[in-house]
Ligand binder design. Structure first.
Ligand code: NAP
Length: 279
């Protein structure tokens, strides 16, 4: 099977490297010629080009560009392909991609491998990035089962654990465990920095230790990624933020009214539940 990969950055390059090592013929396309040359020189791909036409003979194509480029790339790509080619993507949101992509190309299957590092671009490529990572496949009702199986098999070969979901349920789940935490964590940093008493802020900066390091990590990351989450998963992120706001209001009330046993129950429950999110 010949595999095409578009966008030779962290995700696309790492996937290309693993698939090349597994013995697949992998053909890469990226925006910059310099990236294509690096991918070829480092044996990440067997051929690479800035021109999508190079993918005309492939059987399966992964679109691994930033989210905003996925649909425009698909639109430019399909004129070079015979109809049987299966196309998937690795975008972190699915509801704003999968239905439109399926209208453009009926052999499209959405997927989202939940792996990554804080780094970007071809220099960030890592082998075994996907080992033991969850990968969500998000078919629609009319997505052919044989295409789902093709995409599933490749993700399993690079070590992913597969989960199936609709695009909407996927977006709701990632809003809770990925996009909402970024907003809460960013708001934590922002609120500390904007506090009116500068002496307190300065002392807090010096005292901040492991607890603040954990709770502020995702809010102090790449601003483009946070913005992308809000833009492309707007509805589900807003739902989570509003539900979170309601829960926060009731915690404020509990503390104001000194309802310590209710607060204790909540903290006992969260202590019990946290490991279930990290297994
Ligand atoms: P990345 O490291 O920045 O890689 C994306 C690469 O795509 C860039 O290096 C760029 O390569 C290339 N590119 C940009 N626009 C392009 C275009 N129009 N045509 C062809 N190539 C193009 O980003 P990434 O972290 O791999 O993310 C890629 C996708 O994976 C995103 O959709 C994201 O939602 C998804 N994802 C990311 C993570 C994560 O943790 N990073 C996790 C799961 C899913 P050049 O060097 O040629 O400019």
């Amino acid at each position: 099977m010949k595999i095409g990969i578009i966008g030779l950055g962290l995700m696309g390059g790492s996937l290309a490297l693993d698939l090349t090592r597994l013995g697949y013929e992998v053909i890469g396309v990226s925006r910059q010629l310099s990236t294509c040359n690096i991918a070829f020189d480092r044996a990440i791909v067997s051929r690479a080009s800035v021109d999508l036409e190079i993918l005309a003979q492939t059987d399966l194509i992964f679109i691994c560009t930033p989210i905003a480029s996925i649909l425009p790339t698909l639109e430019r790509l399909i004129k070079y392909l015979p109809p049987h080619v299966v196309i998937t993507d690795v975008g972190s949101v699915k509801g704003s991609i999968v239905p439109q992509a399926t209208e453009l190309w009926s052999n499209f299957v959405g997927s989202h491998p939940m792996a990554g590092t804080a780094n970007q671009g071809i220099e960030a490529v890592e082998s075994n990035l996907f080992k033991n990572a969850p990968c969500v496949i998000t078919p629609l009702e009319n997505t052919p089962e044989k295409n789902v199986e093709i995409v599933k098999k490749i993700w399993q070969e690079v070590g992913c654990k597969i989960y199936m979901s609709s695009p909407e349920t996927h977006d709701r789940a990632v809003a809770w465990i990925s996009h909402l935490p970024v907003m809460i964590s960013a708001n934590l940093i922002n609120s500390c920095v904007n506090h009116e008493n500068q002496e307190v802020v300065n002392l807090a900066k010096n005292l901040a230790s492991s607890g603040f390091k954990d709770t502020s990590r995702v809010g102090g990351g790449n601003p483009e990624l946070g913005l992308m989450m809000a833009q492309y998963n707007k509805a589900q992120l807003l739902n989570s933020l509003k539900e979170y706001q309601q829960n926060l209001s009731s915690i404020i009330e509990d503390i104001e009214q000194e309802k310590w046993s209710i607060l204790e129950d909540i903290l006992n429950k969260t202590q019990q539940e946290r490991p279930n999110f990290l297994c």
